[in-house]
Ligand binder design. Structure first.
Ligand SMILES: Cc1cc2nc3c(=O)[nH]c(=O)nc-3n(C[C@H](O)[C@H](O)[C@H](O)COP(=O)(O)OP(=O)(O)OC[C@H]3O[C@@H](n4cnc5c(N)ncnc54)[C@H](O)[C@@H]3O)c2cc1C
Length: 525
């Protein structure tokens, strides 16, 4: 198969790129499950844009920079916030139905870290509404072909130029190539690398793994945002308990009933996300308990049902009546702030390879993502990537500015012990996720990171050997990419010898001002 443009992923980034590229040639969107299955589809809160009468792009810029703890790329943030209002309007023109005030103006919500009301939302299913809108628009746009159940395995490079991808048809097991003039990675983040995550199963960091194997520069992988409260239940993966529950008076308790948050911060349960996540993590490590409780049983039952209908119903489905009993919760990996390094046009360091959305590092999020900036980032940079790919494809690829935190990582050498007929991919997946949760989680120490690196290096070598020895499958491809992401996160975390934003290391508890302009860059050795 051959197309002019090939987008890997059918979330907000892939669809936006495709719709913008289609007037210039044929576009294929490749997606490994059915088309709507993406992180985008599960986004709840909304999309940030400075459109209120009391708001401005300058204020949105300031809020983003301060959330990013000094590590944002100011130029990238400017591009983000200046283009936000126009692109939200574009979504509305495509048919997105966002909540409105009685006078017809857009209803703007407020989230942590925003100094103004600027969250455009569709109840608590904004991502679903955006995905729905973009899928309809893509269907109506000539020249777009959506290929479902096709999993990208690896990028094809000829003389260092990306010319296509190797693909697995997940229904038949056939492996073939798709060629294109330009390829976009829009494969999302790698939340599944942790045992507890709010991300759906697709979030296995495939794009980051593929780009790294192809020799692209990867940046800031140590910055993983953890959401403090997701439901802890063996049958309920990936369910977020909104921060609004704490906002309405929810109390965090240990299993023995002790309310611990006042010990950590005077704002107690209302402290920022990263502080609450760290406190829960510390309590779990101290007690050895599998979870803590979020308790709202002291609130009026009717109020709870009215205010949190989805949370009430979902928990009830798992046998927890939140009006009568506390909710078991754990912090969970939520957002990958780093990724494949790109310039402001979504270009990676490999000619004709672009990356947008959660798979990419644009510099927008720095050391911590401001809530609701990620859907916006995907929208803004996917449009720019499409513009570049369709008009200036021949330009030589960009390179990042030199940074004082640089790692040269050699490609994975397969272990000599080769699996010849079978390999337990599930066991390796679980092992990676456990190591990451335990040793590369919310609160890090150099010793635990070094142990993790050692375990992951050996595991990655085994996984690589088995991958090469056996026909590719969905599982083998995903585990290989999870292993790559785990290694990249761990190496990056070891290289940053300070605490900043989401990266908190007990051995280096302070922020070092001289590292504020230094993203962590991983180059191929
Ligand atoms: C529960 C939850 C709530 C969130 N709430 C918000 C919010 O309120 N506001 C906000 O701004 N952000 C929110 N986020 C984050 C936001 O949803 C994501 O960052 C964003 O949707 C990422 O979009 P994307 O297009 O980059 O990737 P995704 O939407 O994740 O799409 C990735 C696509 O790539 C495909 N894919 C992956 N690997 C392969 C492969 N090997 N081959 C082929 N296809 C592949 C997937 O199937 C999928 O189609 C939330 C995330 C979660 C999980």
């Amino acid at each position: 198969m051959e197309f002019d443009y090939l987008a890997l992923g059918s979330g907000i980034a892939g669809l936006t790129f495709a719709i913008n590229a289609a007037p210039h040639g044929s576009v294929a969107i490749l997606t490994k499950k059915q088309r709507s299955e993406s992180n985008t589809n599960y986004a709840q809160g909304g999309i940030a844009a400075a459109i209120g009468s009391d708001d401005s792009w300058e204020l949105h810029l300031q809020d983003t920079l301060s959330a990013g703890a000094g590590l944002c790329d100011r130029e990238a943030v400017e591009v983000l916030v200046k283009n936000g209002p126009r692109l939200v309007q574009w979504l509305i023109e495509l048919g997105a139905q966002f909540d409105r005030n009685p006078d017809g103006s857009l209803a703007l919500g407020r989230e942590g870290g925003h100094s103004r009301n600027r969250i455009i939302h569709a109840a608590d299913h904004t991502g679903y509404e955006i995905e729905r809108t973009l899928l309809i628009a893509a269907r109506k746009t000539p020249h777009i072909t959506i290929l479902e159940h096709y999993q990208a395995l690896d990028l094809i490079l000829e003389d260092g130029v990306c010319t296509g991808v190797q693909v697995l048809d997940t229904l038949t097991g056939d492996v073939f190539e798709i060629r294109a003039k330009a390829v976009l990675l829009a494969t999302g983040g790698c939340g599944q690398v942790y045992l507890h995550t709010s991300n759906p199963l697709i979030a296995t960091g495939d794009g980051i793994g593929m780009a790294w194997r192809a020799g692209a520069v990867i940046a800031n992988m140590e910055f993983i945002q953890f959401h403090p409260t997701t439901l802890y239940h063996t049958d309920a993966p990936s369910f977020l308990i909104s921060e609004a529950v704490r906002g309405e008076g929810g109390i965090l308790r240990r299993i023995d009933g002790y309310r611990f948050m006042p010990d950590y911060d005077p704002r107690a349960e209302l402290a920022p996300r990263d502080i609450v996540a760290r406190a829960i993590d510390a309590e779990l490590k101290k007690t050895g308990d599998p979870h803590v409780y979020l308790d709202i049983t002291h609130l009026d039952a009717e109020f709870i049902k009215r205010r949190f209908p989805t949370i009430y119903q979902t928990c009830l489905q798992y046998g927890i009546d939140i009006t009568r009993e506390p909710i078991p919760v754990v912090p969970a990996a939520h957002y990958t702030c780093g990724g494949v390094w790109t310039d402001l046009d979504g270009r990676t360091t490999i000619p004709r390879l672009y990356a947008c959305g959660e798979v990419a590092y644009t510099g927008v999020h720095g050391a911590n993502r401001l809530a609701s900036n990620s859907l916006l980032e995907a929208l803004v940079f996917a449009e720019r990537a499409a513009l570049h790919a369709t008009t200036r494809l021949e330009e030589p690829p960009p390179q990042p500015k030199p940074s004082c935190i640089t790692i040269a990582l050699p490609p994975v050498t397969p272990a000599p012990q080769v699996a010849d007929h079978a390999y337990n991919w599930d066991a390796s997946r679980l092992q990676i996720r456990k190591v990451m949760q335990k040793k590369v989680g919310i609160v890090r120490t150099t010793q635990r990171l070094q142990e993790a690196r050692c375990e992951l290096e050996s595991l990655t070598a085994q996984v690589e050997a088995a991958y090469r020895a056996l026909p590719p499958t969905v599982e083998s491809c995903e585990v290989r990419n999870l292993a790559a992401c785990a290694l990249l996160i761990t190496h990056s975390a070891l290289a940053r010898k300070e605490s900043r934003g989401l990266h908190y290391v007990l051995d280096y508890p302070n922020t070092r001002p001289e590292l504020a302009t230094c993203p962590t860059l991983v180059y191929p050795a």
